[in-house]
Design a protein around this ligand. Sequence first.
Ligand code: SF4
Length: 268
Amino acid sequence: MIELVNHLEIYKILPKTNCRECRLPTCLAFAVAAMKHDKKLSDCPYLAKDVLESHRVRGAKAESSDDDYLAAMKVLQQKAAGLDLGQRAEIVGGQYADGRLTMRVLGKNFYVEDSGFVASQCHTNYWLAVPILNYVLSSAGREPVGEWLPLRDLKHGGEDWWRLFGQRCEKPLKKLVDEYTGLMELIIDIFDGRPAPDQFNSDLAVIIHPLPKLPLLICYWQSEEGMESSLNLFFDRSAEQNLIIDSIYTLCTGLVIMFEKIARTHGK
Ligand code: SF4
């Protein structure tokens, strides 16, 4: 971990485009704010994940710490514990029996117990548990309409989130598939995905269901004739009615972490 001890060191790792996405007028102003801990490095959507993971501002609390997630989980669990899960089951596309709501998540059973505790057939990471609880708490239960949109086109927040989403979800996933094209097949095998040929003229496309009423389309275009490869994630038009956008972001970040582990395990 590299410790950044003054604002000039922070400035050096910034893109220096003064794009204002961080709501400050310049990258230098951002560096000064980050040094004072008024901004986090992750507030610049153009800092890549590996840069964020390898740099820290002196005195700053580690970002994305377990404590933050545990605190978020605790609040959500308390809210879920006050719900009538039997009544929510039909809305969210699950079944309720024996004091717990069962839902299919990525082809596996996940359980939300009356206490608000989330359990699963496989290892659950916080990144999935938080969106699962948000989904159970607030999904409107809209059925997917079959119209795929990039995150940017989701009405309530897509514009605010798409750059960060591109940096932290689509870009690392593209890199993974570049290095290990078999990953798309593994996603189909492990997560009960289904191939989706002819979607947006992509070379590889897979649909998975991270939540019962929240399908996700992953499209990958191979590099050709000097053009770089690319990868985009698409959401059903109904997505935001079933999950708030910051949880959609968290969910996809969690998926990328899972896919990274799978690629490592299967010898990327
Ligand atoms: S978002 Fe990043 S690149 Fe854009 S002005 Fe802020 S610090 Fe600079």
